[in-house]
Write a new protein. Structure first.
Lengths: 446, 172
């Protein structure tokens, strides 16, 4: 499916002006940038054709709504109410009357145009600096009409990148575990959706327990744990073809899988005779290597983005703590020394931080620390939460949170939440069912 | 000891209040005493934080409980657990065709992956003990569910203590 998602990007005008507006994403943003997202203009004939193909009345406004929602969710932008817009979309796209946009306090403006050309959806958009009265960016995309949501996400990524100086994370997907049923007999299915919750799809039927799906950073492959035939093993799933295969068929339980950054290996735990150690399997030649060899529990391995190091969870000190080591298992170092227990270390795609779950005095925290364990920062506290996964730009974490049940066992729920690295902008990620174990994909278009 | 001191306090309270308010409050106090007894009974189902009650326990055969319980983050067998496992071993020796799966579990207060490992470690602690009492490893397989299959869905220390367990399940 993804292979047909070719998107052609043209630079309409190479405009090399210095960024006039800048959004600082390194701090909690209490003053999100006021931005006007004008509906993308569309000629009547294209509008009618798209209505036939996509069953959307005005695809131009639909795409702009996606951009608007994405920008709002990021917490860095404040999309202004369209009712206040004075200029018509088609005219604004040719040459905005900056005084009008200034009047409603917009600092940035997005305009654009949609056409149907040779059965293809062509979208052009422009980003304007309202105060300076200048165009900051102009791009055009051509793709199949069904990709219209992705066009909205790609526009957001381009705007985000232009204004913050860092890559976006909007044209991405989340794979997670959908949950239903009573707590004692939970039914779990693999599910996938766009980053904004659209296009939710279940990938397994719920006949067997499935846990901890993780994306391959380089392709649309997923590794996860399945209890198929009551044998907990690590599996590989190709989302495009639906093909599944067992990769961790060792004489015991394999679990906690993750891909290496180049996507060529799976690193996982293998438990046998009461001891869990970390192993890798090369997916091309199926060669298995034992990485840790210790009588304690070693699990939750995660590679650094350059593939040179591995962080993992071990109770070799007596309690769950976070360790790092070289990718060959040498130079094991404990890095978590704060009060409490530490689990689920995940190396940031930027390489500088490790996100983790911490349990201290009956509360669970999602936090980050530098890769040597210094600079620990707790982002959020709750009754139960764990399993952070990084957005591909390393600015946002998605995790899951469970609620406490009362003495009758009522009131349980599991939901996905996201939070900025700054500790601000905590948000519920809406899913059709209860949800856990989220994993964020890389950018689909690069 | 504990039980006594609780009763003393409550009775002292009853006497004081009787003097002042008489009958109407007797009912309230009776309720207080009852609830005090109820919580006492509850904590009586745990030793440290290991479950010692019978609520969730099923039986492989008469007098042979199917499960043993663990302290938080621990996989050490308690004296009571060892006694249960000796009974299981004796029963398995008598029923030499039976094979079993030891299902290891953890409570909900831990990260998923660590709990999978912990459940495996608990079930293996039980397996090792059965083996020292003459049960062949061929007859025992181990399956960890981590925190995926609690028996008690409550979010309280007693519920968690019931869920930290290794259950011996007949496989044939």
């Amino acid at each position: 499916m993804i292979r047909t998602f070719f998107i052609f990007v043209f630079l309409i005008l190479s405009f090399n002006a210095k960024a006039l507006i800048e959004v600082d994403i390194t701090r909690g943003n209490l003053n999100p940038l006021p931005i006007a997202v004008s509906p993308l203009s569309i000629d009547e004939e294209s509008r009618k054709n798209f209505e036939k193909i996509l069953k959307k009345k005005n695809i131009g406004s639909e795409i702009s709504i996606i951009v608007e929602k994405n920008l709002k969710t990021s917490g860095l932008f404040n999309p202004l109410n369209k009712d206040a817009f004075l200029q018509a979309p088609d005219i604004a796209n040719l040459k905005p009357r900056f005084e009008d946009w200034n009047l409603i306090k917009a600092q940035a403006l997005i305009t654009g145009k949609v056409n149907l050309i040779n059965e293809k959806l062509r979208v052009e958009f422009r980003l304007w600096d309202v105060l300076a009265g200048k165009e900051m960016m102009a791009l055009a995309f051509t793709t199949v009409p069904n990709n219209w949501r992705r066009v909205g996400h790609i526009i957001t990524d381009k705007v985000y990148e232009r204004l913050t100086g860092e890559k976006g994370y909007f044209d991405t997907r989340i794979i997670y575990v959908a949950e239903e049923g009573p707590k004692t007999q939970r039914i779990k299915k693999l599910a996938i959706m766009d980053q904004d919750g659209a296009n939710n799809k279940f990938l397994t039927l719920g006949n067997e327990l499935v846990l901890t799906p993780r994306f391959n950073p380089t392709s649309q492959m997923v590794t996860y744990l399945s209890y198929f035939r009551n044998l907990p093993r690590v599996y590989l799933l190709d989302i495009e073809t639906g093909m599944q295969e067992v990769v961790g068929d060792f004489p015991g339980m394999t679990f906690a899988p993750r891909f290496s950054p180049d996507g060529k290996k799976i690193i996982m735990s293998f438990a046998k005779d009461g001891n869990s150690d970390i192993y890798t399997m090369d997916l091309e030649n199926r060669i298995v290597e034992k990485i840790t060899n210790h009588p304690s529990i070693d699990t939750s391995p995660s590679y650094s983005p350059d593939g040179k190091y591995i962080s993992f969870n071990s109770d070799r000190s007596g309690y769950q703590q976070i360790y790092t080591m070289d990718s060959n298992g040498k130079n094991v170092k404990r890095i978590s020394f704060g009060k409490g227990l530490y689990g689920t270390p995940v190396w940031s795609p930027r390489g500088d931080l490790i996100a983790f779950t911490k349990l201290h005095k009956g509360k669970f925290y999602i936090g980050v620390m530098r890769t040597d364990g210094s600079g620990e920062r707790l982002l959020t506290e709750n009754f139960y939460q764990e399993a952070p996964s990084w957005s591909p730009n390393g600015r946002v974490l998605i995790f899951y949170r469970e609620t406490k049940t009362d003495d009758k066992g009522e009131g349980f729920s599991a939901k996905l939440w996201s939070i900025d690295l700054t500790g601000y902008n905590e948000r519920l990620v809406v899913t059709p069912t209860d949800a856990s174990d989220p994993s964020w994909s890389s950018l689909l278009s690069n | 000891m504990k039980k006594l001191s609780i009763r003393n306090i409550d009775q002292g309270a009853i006497m004081k209040l009787n003097k002042i308010f008489k009958n109407a409050f007797l009912i309230t106090i009776a309720c207080l005493v009852l609830s005090a007894c109820a919580t006492q009974k509850k904590t009586g189902q745990m030793q440290g934080d290991v479950y010692t009650g019978k609520d969730t326990v099923e039986y492989l055969a008469s007098g042979v409980p199917d499960r043993v319980f663990f302290a938080t983050n621990e996989s050490v067998l308690t004296t009571a657990s060892r006694e249960t496992l000796r009974k299981q071993a004796a029963w398995l020796r008598k029923n030499s065709k039976v094979t079993v799966v030891l299902e290891g579990h953890a409570d909900e207060r831990g990260t998923r992956e660590y709990n999978l490992a912990l459940g495996e470690r608990r079930a293996n602690a039980a397996k090792d003990y059965l083996m020292t009492y003459g049960i062949s490893s061929d007859r025992i397989s181990v399956l960890s569910y981590g925190k995926e299959r609690p028996v008690d869905s409550g979010s309280n220390p007693l519920a968690w203590s019931k869920n930290r367990r290794s259950v011996t399940v007949k496989a044939n």
